[in-house]
Design a binder for this molecule. Structure first.
Ligand code: ASP
Ligand code: MG
Length: 471
């Protein structure tokens, strides 16, 4: 059993439909059971949310305009499919109905001038309900037996609207029953990504970009042999190709490495969305709809080449600030670190990296630039007494900094890797402001001044990742 998720750009042009049909046909030659998961067309979820938000201000014009734009965009996409007249009528009718729903829902929101998270989910779920019928029709018209299925019938979630979590037991039972029956009859189910429903049947969504999550959930429920995530790039790369020209696609990565990369700002699969697949060790492959011959990147539990490739990729997060709490009087005073981070937490600031010198005279940590001012105020408040007594000399800030993170399972136990990384920067006289390495985590991260960020990424790629290209 294979699960294949197609993103927004795979639904939209004649060329894309042709590719999707070819990809599914090809998959069926390898495995007679294929489940397809589809996102909304690019930009559609945003438009639906925009319409709903406008409605909550009493603005009827915006959602009505968006409705007609969405209608003509979807209908002209249907025109690009070579459908029989009957099927075409069927698909266009469904699209008109769903957009009529959009209009009705937004009108209610506008009358009440209130948009609840529950209402927003009902509205933003419409994008997938529109695209799924187009893909099912495209497959049918190519002679593949396919049927659109709404995930509200399969994925049972809690009622945390906008960010719902699946209740796996119920979801598994329903998925096995509903999709199992279709698969047994040789039908390809084409399932809406992103959405689910509470046990009472109220529509929910799994969070933005949630279609990957849908694919992982269904793959886990059906014990798929492999899950394919079709996007518009060849896979996961060693670095952002906009920064590093020589960046190359990684054939294989571990789930943990992908999670670290996502944490450090790379646009890869989000750890939460792949968790159901990762738990069962189901390989998850990111591939390019428009270059299907490329094998892409497969995520697995363990990779064999860690010795030769201790590191896999280098990433950078910008718009950060380094905050330092300094003072000779901190030595041996218990509780300063706890109070420091409590003060940070009160501002709801996310701490991306922490480092403390062993002399205890110095704690430094990194927060988003936008949060820095509030964090400093909160720290000054919390540590006022210690500053008066001069146990703490200074709360300092370096803005703007970046974290350059090197990711790979081999970092924690391969001697010499850190030296190579640091050496690459030293050789180019790039100053490292702070360093952190978790003892188990597969990353080595450094704070550098923002002006050095891209050069640091290029230096590491050149000196450490290029020599192991192909290994
Ligand atoms: N259409 C949804 C979104 O834009 C889900 C997805 O694309 O995966 O967030
Ligand atoms: Mg999307």
């Amino acid at each position: 059993m294979l699960v294949m998720k197609f993103g927004g750009t795979s639904v939209g042009s004649q060329e894309a439909f042709r590719q999707v049909i070819k990809i599914v046909q090809d998959a069926l030659t390898r495995d007679p059971q294929v489940v397809v998961v589809v996102s909304a067309m690019s930009g559609v979820t945003n438009a639906l949310i925009e319409g709903a938000t406008a409605a909550s201000r009493g603005d009827h014009e915006t959602y009505q305009r968006l409705k007609s734009e969405l209608l003509s965009r979807h209908l002209s996409t249907v025109d690009q499919l070579s459908l029989s007249p009957a099927m075409r009528l069927d698909v266009s009718g469904h699209i008109e109905d769903r957009l009529h729903d959009f209009d009705r829902f937004c009108r209610s929101v506008a009358i009440l001038r209130e948009l609840t998270p529950r209402g927003l989910d009902l509205i933003s779920a419409l994008g997938e309900r529109l695209s799924v019928v187009m893909i099912a029709a495209a497959l049918s018209s190519a002679g593949i037996k396919a049927q659109a299925v709404e995930a509200t019938e399969l994925i049972v979630t809690d009622d945390n609207f906008g960010q719902a979590s699946p209740l796996m037991e119920e979801t598994k039972a329903r998925t096995e029953a509903r999709l199992g029956a279709l698969l047994a009859r040789g039908i390809v189910p084409v399932v809406t990504g992103f959405i689910g429903a509470t046990p009472e049947g109220v529509t929910t969504t799994l969070g933005r970009s949630g279609s990957d999550y849908t694919a992982a959930i269904l793959g886990a429920c059906l014990a798929a042999t492999e899950i394919y995530i079709w996007k518009e790039v060849d896979g996961i790369m060693t670095a952002d190709p906009r920064i590093v020209k020589e960046a190359y696609t990684l054939p294989e990565m571990t789930y943990a490495e992908a999670a670290e990369l996502a944490y450090f700002g790379a646009q890869v699969l989000h750890p939460k969305t792949i968790a159901p697949a990762a738990e069962l060790g189901i390989p998850l492959r990111t591939v390019n709809t428009f270059n299907p011959a490329h094998p892409g990147t497969v995520l697995v539990r363990e990779r064999q080449n860690t010795d030769k490739r201790p590191i896999q990729a280098v990433s950078v997060i910008k718009a950060l600030s380094l905050i330092t709490v300094e003072g000779r009087g901190m030595l041996g005073v218990p509780g300063i670190a706890a109070r420091t981070f409590a003060a940070v937490a009160r501002r709801n600031a996310n701490v991306l990296m922490i480092s403390q010198s062993s002399s205890e005279q110095h704690i430094c940590f990194v927060v988003p630039l936008a949060a820095a001012k509030g964090v400093i105020e909160s720290l000054e408040d919390e540590l006022r007494l210690e500053m008066l007594k001069q146990n703490i000399d200074r709360i300092g800030q370096q803005a703007e900094v970046a974290i350059v993170a090197v990711v790979g399972e081999g970092i924690a136990y391969t001697p010499g890797v850190a030296a190579q990384i640091v050496g690459a920067l030293g050789k180019r006289r790039i100053n490292i402001v702070a360093v952190a390495q978790g003892s188990s985590a597969c990353n080595f991260s450094m704070v550098v001044d923002i002006k050095d960020a891209d050069d640091a990424v290029r230096a590491i790629h050149q000196d450490v990742l290029m020599p192991i290209n192909g290994s």
